[in-house]
Design a protein around this ligand. Structure first.
Ligand SMILES: [Zn+2]
Length: 353
């Protein structure tokens, strides 16, 4: 949770929480009924019982306990708040009260219908998409987290009215072990689940052209009313859990491209385990969303956090990286090129591209 507070404080220090034309909303926790639109009631009962902080009976059957999805006091309350933020975002968009919303506590894309998975208890992204669909809106989901957006993909695997696109480190190397190009949707929805696996060490220079070759053509063809974007920043080169190598500039450019393609937009957070990157990346994203240029030096009002969290010389943007040995760089771009090619050969024809 600390990373969310840190992000908020950096946004505040830059003056981004009081921009003209923007408002800040605090949701009230979602009701169980709103969450049961996607999740199994039996799982939700167990998750509710876990709110005390004690492992509930049969908790492990639902993914709760030691490992990725610990039980802690208030776990149900926290899950309800995260869900509420995404549902509020969907409502604001559907009612025409906002055209761009950022809920950076959301984006918990691994949660499955009947169990917690990968630090995710309730799949707020799925709930937001279902709410938008209920209001008759056509939704594309774009997930740039380092991990495959499996929970969202499965939720809409047979639904041609929702296009899901995920770019992520290849499944042989990273949790959850899925997200291959051949996972393309089923029945009428074949071609509507899109996966672009990336090689370890993929950096901004390799990522952005690959993103450009796959994402904009599909979105242009699909013509969504709303894009729901999952902005995990665990793709960063210093993230301790993954092996991708983007910098904050590359992340912000990919997001700017998503913004440029979105008639309306819900941006969600996601992974990010070097919390300095979470604060910098999502602050940069909020600036992009509002067309604000930020000074590169972190503001004086953030100095205490700079000390406490060891930002050192870090500014908002990253220094150039040293780069990889040429042979490795070539192997990385060859792999990514082959995946782009596979997407274009197997997925594009479904869209007459
Ligand atoms: Zn992730």
């Amino acid at each position: 949770m600390e990373r969310l507070g840190l992000t908020w404080r950096l946004m505040q220090a830059y003056g981004l929480t009081r921009l003209p034309g923007t408002t800040v909303h605090a949701p009230t926790p979602a009701g169980e009924g709103d969450i049961a639109v996607f999740h199994e009631p039996e799982y939700l009962e167990v998750l509710r019982a876990a709110d005390s902080g004690a492992q509930p009976p049969r908790g492990s059957a639902f993914g709760l306990g030691a490992g990725d999805n610990p039980v802690f006091p208030g776990v149900w309350e926290a899950a309800r708040l995260v869900a509420a933020g995404s549902l509020l975002a969907a409502d604001l968009i559907a009612r025409g009260e906002a055209d761009r919303v950022f809920h950076f506590a959301g984006g918990l894309h691994h949660a499955l219908r009947e169990r917690a998975s990968g630090f995710c208890y309730v799949n707020d992204a799925v709930l937001a998409i279902l709410r938008l669909r209920e209001r008759g809106l056509r939704v594309a989901y774009v997930d740039i987290d380092a991990h495959h957006g499996d929970g969202v993909q499965y939720a809409f695997y047979g639904d041609p009215h929702v296009l899901t696109i995920s770019t992520h480190e290849r499944g042989e190397r990273l949790f959850p072990g899925t997200g291959f190009v051949h996972e393309l949707g089923e029945g009428d929805a074949a071609g509507f689940s899109v996966n672009l696996p990336l090689e370890a060490y993929t950096d901004t220079q390799v990522y952005l052209p690959a993103f450009e070759a796959v994402v904009p053509p599909l979105l242009a063809r699909f013509k969504p009313d709303v894009i729901v974007a999952q902005l995990g920043i665990d793709s960063h080169r210093t993230d301790p859990l993954t092996h991708l190598a983007l910098d904050i500039q590359g992340f912000a450019k990919a997001f700017a491209r998503i913004v440029s393609l979105a008639p309306r937009l819900i941006a969600l957070g996601g992974g990010g385990y070097d919390i300095r990157n979470v604060a910098r990346g999502w602050t940069a994203a909020w600036a992009v969303l509002n067309g604000v240029e930020l000074p590169a030096g972190l503001p004086e009002a953030f100095a205490e956090d700079v000390r406490r969290h060891d930002f050192g010389e870090l500014g908002l943007w990253d220094a150039p990286s040293e780069g990889l040995p040429e042979s490795i760089q070539r192997a990385v771009s060859d792999y990514v090129d082959r995946q782009v090619d596979a997407v274009q050969r197997t997925i594009f024809p479904f869209h007459r591209l």
